[in-house]
Design a protein around this ligand. Structure first.
Ligand SMILES: [Zn+2]
Length: 393
């Protein structure tokens, strides 16, 4: 998006002016918390940051990646308002369709929840903890603090170079740019600890099961170990999952968490809100081709829902796409289970047919592909599949 580069450059210029003109008197160090409904005074550097993020937000709105579904949006808004009633009106929430586990909160009140978080979290309490952490950055005004620290260290040029760099990567799409802009706000360890604390306090005050907080980090740690790639997620880059984080939160949960029979993880509410999107989220997840991490997710999902044809279908898809030795037979077995379960998507027949075709099981392949065409008369790949069926006759 060409206009993205234009506005980012405008934002950089605006921020440069702010950095160049404002006097730093008494501005470094910890700031008092943002009050509900508070806006920065117009001539402040904070107002410059807000203005820049307003432009990012305008771009996000037209990115084509926002999930507009009213039920899902109402669900996440209820969750955020439960966490922080005073700031509820000042926060605008965007559910962004992108498979990375991530959430972010800009100083102007723009909150992003990426669908990868909704797919990989197990329940509402885990999402609440992550969002509470982001609200912590927002309320404690960490972006402004970080910006001023950079300026004090005469390192603001790095800040602007990063933003300008983000402006120059238009060809890879606005989401990557947004991620780059977010990474400008990679916070200090102290700020991260503080946001962890706030996130934890907010979730406990809202009545969520505190024991769920360390579990989302454990999920991320396990994924990182499986993929052997520390940069596998944008969230990893700005939020390193560490054993220290897990241990601290576990100790806190033991101290302040509610008794076992009163723990509310909100799993049923969470599933009711997110299950309608699981098929598309799993499809996006597989496109990342980070099969080891996806396998961990599928293992967890099938542990509680082993009869799900949908999960078996995606298990088959993982094997088919990974295509390592033995995966063809594994894929066939998974598709058989998926189709046997009765609730597999029609694509299960298509994938099943393609794998069987590859395995030279011609009649079974033809039957599966025929069934796909029957179930999806309007499929966009109909002509191609008909061609395959003809060749198999
Ligand atoms: Zn953070």
């Amino acid at each position: 998006m060409r206009n993205t580069a234009a506005w980012l450059l405008a934002a950089v210029v605006a921020l440069s002016l702010v950095a160049g003109c404002a006097t730093p008197r008494g501005e470094s160090g910890a700031l008092r918390d943002l009050k509900a409904g508070e806006r920065p005074t117009l001539d402040s550097d904070e107002a410059g940051l807000w203005m820049a993020m307003d432009r990012v937000e305008a771009n996000l709105r037209t990115s084509g990646r926002i999930i507009a579904d009213p039920a899902l949006n109402s669900y996440v808004r209820t969750l955020v308002c439960r966490l922080t009633p005073p700031h509820c009106d000042g926060i605008r929430i965007y559910v962004v369709q992108t498979p990375h586990v991530n959430a972010s909160m800009a100083p102007n009140g723009m909150m992003q929840i990426w669908t990868g978080l909704l797919l990989h979290a197990e329940n509402e309490a885990q999402v609440a903890y992550v969002l509470g952490h982001e609200i912590g950055h927002y309320v404690r005004r960490h972006s402004v603090q970080q910006f001023r620290d950079l300026r004090t260290k005469a390192a603001a040029s790095v800040f602007f170079t990063t933003l300008a760099g983000a402006a120059g990567v238009g060809f890879v799409g606005p989401l990557i740019q947004l991620a780059t802009v977010s990474s400008v706000f990679a916070f200090s360890r102290d700020n991260e600890r503080e946001a962890d604390d706030v996130g934890f306090e907010l979730m406990v005050a809202a009545g969520y099961d505190a024991h769920e907080a360390p579990k989302i980090w454990e999920t991320l740690l396990a994924q990182r170990a499986a993929t052997k790639n520390p940069q596998a997620s944008i969230f990893f880059a700005t939020h390193p999952p560490t054993e220290e984080r897990v241990a601290t939160l576990k100790a806190l949960a033991e101290k302040t968490g509610s008794p076992r029979d009163e723990r509310d993880a909100g799993r049923d509410r969470f599933l009711a809100a997110t299950l309608p999107f699981r098929t598309s989220m799993l499809r996006d997840e597989l496109r990342l081709r980070r099969f080891a991490a996806t396998q961990l997710l599928l293992d967890r999902l099938s542990a509680t829902d082993s009869a799900s044809g949908e999960i078996q279908f995606f298990q088959g898809e993982l094997y088919r796409l990974r295509a390592e030795s033995g995966d063809e037979a594994r894929a066939i077995a998974a598709y058989e289970k998926a189709i046997g379960a009765g609730d597999a998507p029609a694509e299960a027949y298509r994938s099943f047919g393609l794998v069987l075709m590859n395995a030279r099981e011609r009649s079974r392949a033809r039957a599966a592909l025929d069934r796909y065409l029957e179930l999806r008369p309007d499929a966009t790949d109909r002509e191609m599949i008909r061609e395959y069926v003809k060749r198999l006759e």
